[in-house]
Design a protein around this ligand. Structure first.
Ligand code: BGP
Length: 473
C-alpha cells in the first residue's frame, strides 16, 4: 500500500537566473563570470550565452501567469548576485532588488510559494578580478553580506531558501574539467576553493537563523548515488571510494560539519587536502541545514581505475549518443556505462529507481527532510506545424521518477517537494539552447531572436493534472 503525497507537498518547477533572465546589462546589473566566460571562443556550445536567454526579466508576468495556469504550488528561481551588487559588494543596486520583489509578489498573488536560491553559479566578475572569487576567503564575508541583504528584504515573504546550488558540480567543472569559469584543471585548487565554498555556505546559513528564524534553508546537491560495476572486491572498493569522495565529501560537511575521515586521509597523502584553519570546523557545525536539496538526474556506476587510468573524458555536449565521458581518480575509481540502464541523447543514465535509492541513503545517513530541487529530461523537442509539442518521453521520465518518490515516501523519507527542471526551456550551460527541459516550449525563431514565444508542451497539461490530483493523476 503506497502512502499518498503529503497534503502540502510543494509541487514545483525550477530555473536559474543566468539561464532565463537575459537583460544581462540592464538596470544597473554588473557582469557575472558567465557573462565573460561565454564570450571566450569555444567555451560553450556554438558560443551560446545568456544575454537574452528566454527574456524572463521582461516577461516574468507572462511566465508566472503560465505557472498559475499549470497550478504550480511552488517555484524555485535564483537571484543573480551581480544584479544586487554589481561590484560583488559595496553599494546595493535597488533596481535589482525591485525586480525580485515584483517577481515574488507576483508569485504570492497566485498562491505560488517562492523557493529562492541564493547562488546558482553567477558570481560577480568584479570579485573574480579582485581576488579570484571562490579561491579567496574574502568571499565568505561578501557572500554573507549579499545573503543578509536578501534575508532582510525578503525574509518576511519567502519561507524556503536554497543556499548554494550544486557546489559539487560547479567546483568540479571550474577546477577539474575546466568547463566552468575560471576554467582551471588543478585538484589542489579544487579542494581549497570547495572548502571555502563550504565555509561561505555555513556562514550564510548561520546568518539566516538570525534574520529569518521562521524560514527553512538548505543547499542543493547534485546527487548521483554510486553503484558498483560488479561484485568483485576491486569494484566494490572503487564504489566505496567513489561514494566517499563524490557524495559523502559534500553531504557529511553540509549535515555534520565534518569531512569523511578515510577520504581526508587519502587526500592528505596525495597532497590535495584543503587548508583547514582554526575555527573552520566550528563554523561548519554552526551552519547546518534544515533540509537537503537534491538535484537528481542519474546514478553513476563505478569500477576500479588503474594508476595510469582515466581522469576526465570528453563530455557529450552535442546530443549525439556515445561520448567517452568517463571520469575518475587514477588508482581509485572511474565511471563506466551501466548496461542495465538506457541513456538520454547526452549519455545520462535514466534511472528512476536510483532516485529512490538516493532518497533512502540520504534519510538513513542524515535523517533530514529532502526537497527535490531538480529532476528532468533534456531532449530535442519538436514544434509541430500545428503549434503543439508532443513530449511523451518527458512525461514518461517524470512519471517514473514520481513513482519512485512515492515509493520513497512509503519507505519513510520526509519529502518536502518536487521541482522538476525546468519551467520554461532555458539555456543549458554547456549545451546551448538545443537541449530542452521545460514544460513550456520557448520558440527561438532565428529570424527574430526576441520573439521567444511560450507554448505549453504536452507535459505541461500532464503535470497540471498531477498537481490537481496531488500525485494521483
Ligand atoms: C544542473 C544545473 C542546472 C541545469 C541542469 C541541467 O546541474 O543546476 O542549472 O542546467 O543541471 O543540466 P544541463 O543544462 O547541463 O543539461
Amino acid at each position: 500500500q503506497l502512502k499518498p503525497f503529503p497534503a502540502h507537498f510543494l509541487w514545483g518547477a525550477a530555473s536559474a537566473a543566468y539561464q532565463i533572465e537575459g537583460a544581462w546589462n540592464e538596470d544597473g546589473k554588473g557582469p557575472s563570470v558567465w557573462d565573460v566566460f561565454t564570450k571566450i571562443p569555444g567555451k560553450t556550445f556554438k558560443g551560446s550565452n545568456g544575454e537574452v536567454a528566454v527574456d524572463h526579466y521582461h516577461r516574468y508576468k507572462e511566465d508566472v501567469a503560465l505557472m498559475a495556469q499549470m497550478g504550480l504550488k511552488a517555484y524555485r528561481f535564483s537571484v543573480s548576485w551581480p544584479r544586487i551588487f554589481p561590484q560583488g559588494r559595496g553599494e546595493v543596486n535597488e533596481a535589482g532588488l525591485q525586480f525580485y520583489e515584483r517577481l515574488i509578489d507576483e508569485l504570492l498573488a497566485f498562491g505560488i510559494e517562492p523557493i529562492l536560491t541564493l547562488y546558482h553559479w553567477d558570481v560577480p566578475q568584479a570579485l573574480m578580478d579582485e581576488y579570484g572569487a571562490w579561491e579567496s576567503r574574502k568571499i565568505i564575508e561578501d557572500f554573507d553580506n549579499y545573503c543578509i541583504t536578501l534575508y532582510k528584504r525578503f525574509g518576511g515573504k519567502v519561507k524556503y531558501w536554497v543556499s548554494l546550488n550544486e557546489q559539487n558540480y560547479n567546483t568540479n567543472h571550474a577546477f577539474i574539467t575546466g568547463m566552468h569559469p575560471p576554467g582551471v584543471q588543478d585538484r589542489r585548487r579544487f579542494f581549497d576553493a570547495n572548502h571555502i565554498a563550504f565555509l561561505a555556505n555555513a556562514k550564510a546559513i548561520a546568518s539566516f537563523r538570525q534574520y529569518v528564524p521562521d524560514g527553512q534553508i538548505g543547499p542543493s546537491f547534485a546527487y548521483s548515488p554510486a553503484y558498483p560495476a560488479s561484485s568483485s572486491p576491486k569494484d566494490m572498493l572503487a564504489f566505496e571510494n567513489a561514494e566517499e569522495l563524490t557524495n559523502h565529501w559534500w553531504l557529511d560537511v553540509y549535515c555534520w560539519g565534518q569531512y569523511p575521515e578515510s577520504a581526508l586521509t587519502y587526500l592528505k597523502e596525495k597532497g590535495w587536502a584543503p587548508i583547514i584553519e582554526d575555527g573552520d570546523y566550528e563554523l561548519l557545525a554552526a551552519g547546518t541545514p534544515d533540509f537537503m536539496g537534491m538535484n537528481y538526474y542519474q546514478s553513476l556506476t563505478y569500477e576500479f581505475n588503474p594508476v595510469d587510468g582515466v581522469e576526465t573524458g570528453e563530455m557529450n555536449t552535442t546530443g549525439q549518443k556515445g561520448s567517452n565521458a568517463d571520469t575518475g581518480i587514477p588508482g581509485l575509481y572511474k565511471t563506466t556505462a551501466n548496461p542495465n540502464l538506457e541513456t538520454t541523447n547526452w549519455d545520462w543514465a535514466i534511472d528512476p529507481t536510483g532516485l529512490r535509492i538516493g532518497l533512502r541513503r540520504m534519510m538513513s545517513r542524515y535523517g533530514l527532510p529532502v526537497m527535490i530541487t531538480e529532476n528532468g529530461l533534456g531532449e530535442f523537442d519538436k514544434l509541430e506545424a500545428d503549434g503543439t509539442i508532443h513530449d511523451g518521453y518527458r512525461i514518461a521520465y517524470l512519471r517514473s521518477h514520481l513513482e519512485q518518490c512515492q515509493q520513497a515516501i512509503t519507505d519513510g523519507v520526509d519529502l518536502l517537494g518536487y521541482c522538476p527542471w525546468s519551467f520554461t526551456d532555458v539555456l543549458s550551460w554547456l549545451n546551448g539552447y538545443q537541449k530542452r527541459y521545460g514544460f513550456v516550449y520557448v520558440d527561438r525563431d532565428e529570424t527574430d531572436p526576441k520573439e521567444l514565444k511560450r507554448i505549453p508542451k504536452d507535459s505541461f497539461y500532464w503535470y497540471r493534472d498531477v498537481i490537481q490530483s496531488n500525485g494521483e493523476e
